[in-house]
Ligand binder design. Structure first.
Ligand code: SF4
Ligand code: SF4
Ligand code: SF4
Length: 308
């Protein structure tokens, strides 16, 4: 008999509708405030994309659930980078966000940063990194999904240096070199192309050399600097049920972010690491179905990470 890989569940279908409702509301609010009809299209699309992704992921049988995450990455990543970035000429990178912010320009990039990277982590942790980032949308096609080694100690400091240079660079351009943000608005498109080409090349090179497709996230990308502060308070986190867990360590071996999940569960804590990207890889691989995403309030302090 042919294996059934997808089953539509009415309960999940109804729960998923919350996303179009929230996002359409934001789009309508922006439309009423600015008169820009495209806000309804952009936010409507994003709400529908999240709803489709949720329905598909929930409906797929366990073995195929990771495909739901890949579909989500493509639905959101292609739209954000391809449509808003390449076609809409918005610089969706951190430098673009600063540029628009300091220029007093309320753009899609500004809203994207506030929702996905500043406000979102308080509720959904680093879900952006696990499910929507356009850099990892490409890198996740690479064969090194499970890191063979622990992280390289202190290499993670590079992302803080990167963050400081990006911030100081934009401030210097605007306030020291009088780089008029509004006059150079169009130049943001070229910054986007140059920046992303560099990101993709470096990310692919690091993945190939270190045999780890998330190496760029762990060592270079500046986005986690702020995400890590806010995701400490995230309402959504993974949790291991100690009664079901037999400490087989499969979850740790498969975690793309090298998190020592069992150190948290032995302390009766949820997975409080700010390195968790809520990708659900641990959850899908657990043979005892001992891992669940739960929603409550706690604060992550100590990081338990596997290093080389
Ligand atoms: S750390 Fe950076 S590159 Fe990695 S998924 Fe997050 S935003 Fe994307
Ligand atoms: S995979 Fe499941 S059973 Fe195995 S250690 Fe992790 S939580 Fe426990
Ligand atoms: S702990 Fe689980 S959800 Fe978090 S990054 Fe690791 S595998 Fe993904």
């Amino acid at each position: 008999m042919k294996e059934k890989i997808f089953q539509l569940k009415t309960k999940n279908l109804l729960a998923a509708m919350i996303w179009p409702a929230i996002f359409f509301s934001i789009g309508i609010w922006r439309y009423l405030a600015t008169g820009g009809l495209f806000y309804i299209f952009i936010f409507g699309y994003l709400g529908l994309a999240i709803a489709i992704a949720t329905i598909v992921t929930d409906g797929l049988i366990d073995k195929y659930k990771p495909r739901g995450r890949r579909i989500t990455q493509l639905l959101i990543g292609v739209f954000m980078f391809g449509f808003l970035g390449l076609l809409g000429h918005e610089n969706m990178q951190i430098e673009g966000f600063y540029f628009y912010l300091f220029a007093g320009v309320f753009s899609g990039a500004t809203l994207h940063f506030f929702i996905a990277k500043l406000l979102g982590p308080l509720f959904f942790g680093r879900t952006w990194c696990g499910w929507a980032c356009w850099t990892m949308m490409v890198l996740d096609f690479s064969p090194w999904k499970t890191p063979k080694n622990g992280r390289i100690k202190y290499f993670g400091l590079i992302r803080y240096i990167h963050f400081a240079i990006a911030t100081a660079g934009v401030i210097a351009l605007i306030f020291v070199f009088d780089y008029g943000p509004r006059e150079h608005y169009e130049a943001q498109f070229y910054w986007l192309i140059i920046g992303n080409t560099a990101y993709y090349l470096l990310a692919i090179l690091l993945a190939a050399v270190l045999k780890d497709n998330r190496a760029f996230c762990k060592y270079i990308c500046p986005i986690p600097v702020t995400q890590k502060i806010l995701s400490r308070f995230s309402i959504s986190k993974q949790q291991i049920d100690n009664e079901l867990c037999d400490e087989c360590e499969i979850c740790e071996e498969n975690c793309p972010m090298n998190i020592r999940l069992l150190d948290y569960s032995r302390n009766n804590q949820r997975i409080l690491s700010t390195e968790c990207i809520l990708c659900n890889t641990c959850l899908y691989n657990c043979p005892s179905e001992a891992i669940k995403t739960t929603n409550k309030f706690d604060i992550g302090v100590k990081e338990y990470i596997n290093f080389k």
